[in-house]
Design a protein. Structure first.
Length: 307
């Protein structure tokens, strides 16, 4: 009797006695076909990523090459590095390149503020207010998304030329305060429609009017949609070339895209190295904005129902 009690119980026996709790479940091994499919899928994604990112990498490498080697050596491994392209590009134009960066920053800030104020107020009116012709006005606003800028650029230029605003940033900033970007209005309308109306009714019982409901109830909940509008407006206006080319005529008012165009001379020699170097510098703000605002961008699209 004592021998049986002192004898140790085997591990298998203890696991079997407790219903198999001591035995660890065997992890299923992936099948060979599944491994092959996974490997092929990853290989295709890697190749596609390299193809898409190759122009950017080539531009970065070309900014470190002398001008005579940029188009002779298409590989991503430069024979010699020339960091003077950055110093030469920063000072080779009529103004330091920081001047054009500041012009683009002022333009972007004005457009962002205009879109946030005008588009949010317009979206609240379409989503919450009831007035005659609301659906017709909303349909007309959506139809403007199909109009290319070339259709309205001539009458706009005539209007701004008669007011004396050509060669200023007012023609580029002022329309944003009139809610001319229908895409952002539609984005915010869809977001506001997802906010429960019970919040509006509770605020109205407390004596709030439409402006207090908008600024104290609706606007704080619109952070994802506002962040999405900010990011897209920043990227579009920072890279805008056509509008700046039409309205800005003197080099002192040039933005970054026009300044980069100034490095190319159709009748003389073009400084490709300096242009690529300043192109890399101009991409840094876009990269930082997208990096820090990516989660708001994804959340904004997810919560507005746009896929």
């Amino acid at each position: 009797m004592t021998d049986l009690q002192s004898r140790p119980i085997p591990a298998d026996a203890s696991g079997a006695g407790t219903g198999g709790q001591g035995a660890s479940p065997a992890t299923p091994k992936p099948r060979p076909r599944r491994l092959v499919r996974r490997g092929v899928r990853h290989a295709i994604m890697i190749i596609a990523s390299v193809v898409m990112i190759y122009p950017l990498l080539w531009m970065v490498v070309s900014s470190l090459r002398p001008n005579e080697e940029i188009f002779r050596n298409p590989s991503l491994f430069p024979i010699s590095l020339d960091f003077s392209n950055y110093a030469r590009g920063w000072e080779s134009l009529a103004q330091p390149f920081s001047h054009y960066l500041m012009n683009s920053t002022l333009l972007v800030l004005g457009c962002v503020i205009g879109n946030l104020i005008a588009c949010s107020l317009t979206a609240y009116a379409f989503a919450r207010l009831k007035f005659w012709g609301r659906n017709i006005a909303f349909a007309i606003m959506l139809m403007t998304l199909m109009l290319p800028i070339h259709v309205v650029i001539v009458p706009q230029y005539i209007i701004f030329s008669q007011t004396g605003w050509v060669n200023t940033m007012l023609p580029l900033i002022l329309p944003k305060f009139l809610a001319t970007d229908a895409f952002f209005v539609f984005l915010m309308v869809q977001f506001i429609r997802g906010i429960p109306r019970e919040l509006d009714e509770a605020a109205r019982i407390d004596g709030c009017g439409h402006f207090r409901i908008f600024f104290q109830v609706i606007l704080p909940l619109m952070l994802p949609a506002l962040a999405t509008t900010t990011i897209f407006t920043f990227m579009w206006m920072w890279n805008d070339f056509f509008g700046s080319l039409i309205y800005l005529t003197t080099p002192e008012n040039f933005t970054v895209p026009l300044a980069l165009k100034s490095f190319l001379d159709t009748q003389g020699s073009s400084d490709w190295g300096a242009m690529f170097a300043m192109s890399v510098v101009s991409l840094i703000p876009l990269f930082l904005v997208f990096l820090f605002g990516q989660r708001f961008l994804v959340k904004g699209f997810a919560t507005t129902g746009i896929k």
